[in-house]
Design a protein around this ligand. Structure first.
Ligand SMILES: [Fe+2]
Length: 512
């Protein structure tokens, strides 16, 4: 190990869905692949070393004390809660895409230098279908159960009453929620990881897994995408004290896919990329997974930056720019009359194809490059400048959110690749966005997940704290919680789990 300073339940019927879709209330279960791509049937020439991270883990375990190497700071007290897919096969069927597997919640509980671990599947409708029927019954991001359940001609997604919320976690209004890209959060208990039910009230079919919470104003910002004709488009929402208000509705005949957005003191900013869907294709098109209804139109269509007044509502400015593809916003803030908005930018939507499990498990897999891009938005003049901030690749970006979200900042943390031959993510990165320099953590056979920054209670600098990441040790076939020093990016400790943890997406740290 070393640190390097470098550049680098109840199924709705088809008729129900058609009816509800026409009425604007159908919910898409969005999370992943077509049937029949079981791990055993992957036509890869060789299996990647890290493929263990895309292998199901079905045991629900609770380990009171993990073996710890190194010293965990005594001030670090609380739980790292994480979310991600953990089951990729259901009976004789298999999910196709990384985004599809059944959600499992994980908790690393840290107190006085000791670490406990527990996990539990989210009790989603898809989980119930697995346990009770041994089948995939609901549409996921890249998996379409219609192919086996029906022989009809339409592919209206089969929505789940309780979504397979396997993407991210949120602490809001004294409760904890799991999200996927359906705007129906699933509540859970952070102590027991028990599923508590859904948060009702959505009107769209897709949403964001990354709502923003303003800790000062106590406002929560999100969006929902309506794919139910005739009023299709994006609805931007703010919630305060339990009341939800629409800030803007961006009508669009072919809405684009979005995963996250940016928040500044005055604005909500959307990056609308030309990865678009004709909502009618869900009704008239042949059965296919949700994501396959979308198409990259970047050769003929621009991307749009849409600036929305977060206080008065309404669109302030829409600005076209050359297209690229974004899952994750890093941070945003205002500087005079401009908005500075940083994102993890992909060239186009090819990353979605790369994340099909049949591709990810191949030894010759190559992930498309992803770089930290800064959009400097001149709101008055309607201009956007785009620049690359660092050579190092970065995805699943995080910042010291409590301190720098909506403010000028210096450090972004993320996962990345040493180079194109890495195949998958094999290093953690800390980018100094003011200089473009990067500190890296990597180790042979180690494949780290999203780094979560936790500030020290005595912090004076932005990076005073630790960075937590769950790492797959492909050589030992186990996973461990890695604790890095926030400043130096050097290892302070690791706590090893007795089994592997499939690669997940996002997590949060909650103090005790
Ligand atoms: Fe995400």
């Amino acid at each position: 190990m070393h640190s390097v300073q470098g550049e680098d339940g109840e199924a709705l019927t088809r008729r129900d869905l058609l009816r509800r879709g026409a009425g604007g209330a159908a919910a898409l279960a969005l999370s992943g692949g077509a049937l029949g791509a079981a791990a055993s049937a992957v036509a890869a020439p060789a299996r990647a070393r890290y493929a263990l991270g895309f292998t199901s883990m079905t045991a629900e375990t609770r380990v009171p004390a993990l073996p710890v190497d190194g010293t965990i700071p005594s001030w670090l007290s609380g739980s790292l809660l994480r979310n991600g897919p953990a089951l990729f096969e259901v009976g004789e069927e298999a999910f196709n895409h990384w985004f599809d597997g059944l959600a499992m919640l994980h908790a690393f509980s840290i107190t006085r230098g000791r670490v406990g671990y527990a996990n539990r599947f989210l009790r989603s409708s898809a989980y119930d279908a697995w346990k009770q029927k041994g089948k995939i019954l609901y549409s996921e991001f890249g998996t379409d159960p219609c192919r086996s359940v029906f022989s009809g001609v339409s592919s209206v997604p089969i929505s789940a009453p309780i979504p397979n919320a396997n993407v991210s976690l949120e602490a809001w209004a004294n409760g904890f929620r799991a999200h996927t890209e359906v705007p129906i959060p699933v509540r859970f208990d952070p102590a027991t990881l028990a599923t508590l039910g859904v948060v009702p009230g959505s009107t769209g079919q897709m949403g964001t897994a990354h709502p923003h919470g303003d800790l000062v104003t106590r406002e929560r910002f999100s969006y929902e995408v309506s794919l139910a004709p005739p009023k299709t488009g994006v609805r931007v929402l703010v919630e305060k004290a339990g009341k939800v208000r629409e800030l803007a509705f961006l009508a669009s005949a072919e809405p684009g896919y979005m995963h996250s957005f940016a928040l500044t003191p005055r604005y909500v900013v959307l990056f609308q990329q030309p990865f678009i869907v004709n909502p009618g294709s869900f009704v008239t098109g042949p059965p296919r997974p949700i994501v396959e209804h979308f198409r990259w139109a970047g050769r003929t269509q621009p991307a749009n930056v849409v600036v929305i007044d977060r206080h008065r509502g309404g669109v302030v400015r829409t600005i076209e720019l050359d297209p690229f593809f974004v899952f994750h916003h890093v941070n945003a803030y205002e500087r005079g009359g401009t908005i500075v908005m940083d994102v993890s930018g992909h060239i186009d939507s090819r990353i979605i194809d790369a994340l099909y499990l049949k591709n990810l498990r191949r030894a010759d897999q190559r992930l498309p490059a992803v770089k930290l891009r800064r959009l400097t938005i001149d709101v008055a003049r309607g201009k956007v400048q785009v620049e690359q901030l660092a050579a190092a690749s970065i995805e699943l970006p995080r910042v010291n959110y409590g301190r720098v979200n909506q403010h000028a900042y210096r450090y972004a943390y993320g996962i990345g690749q040493r180079g194109p031959a890495s195949g998958f993510v094999d290093q953690l990165v800390k980018i100094d966005v003011t200089r473009g320099s990067a500190r890296l953590w990597r180790e042979a056979g180690a494949y780290p997940g999203e780094p979560v920054f936790v500030a020290s209670p005595s912090a004076t600098r932005e990076d005073d704290g630790v960075v937590l990441s769950v790492v797959l040790d492909a050589r030992r076939r186990t996973s461990y919680l890695l604790v890095l020093d926030g400043r130096t990016f050097e290892e302070r400790a690791r706590a090893t789990v007795p089994h592997h943890i499939p690669f997940g997406f996002h997590g949060i740290f909650t103090k005790r």
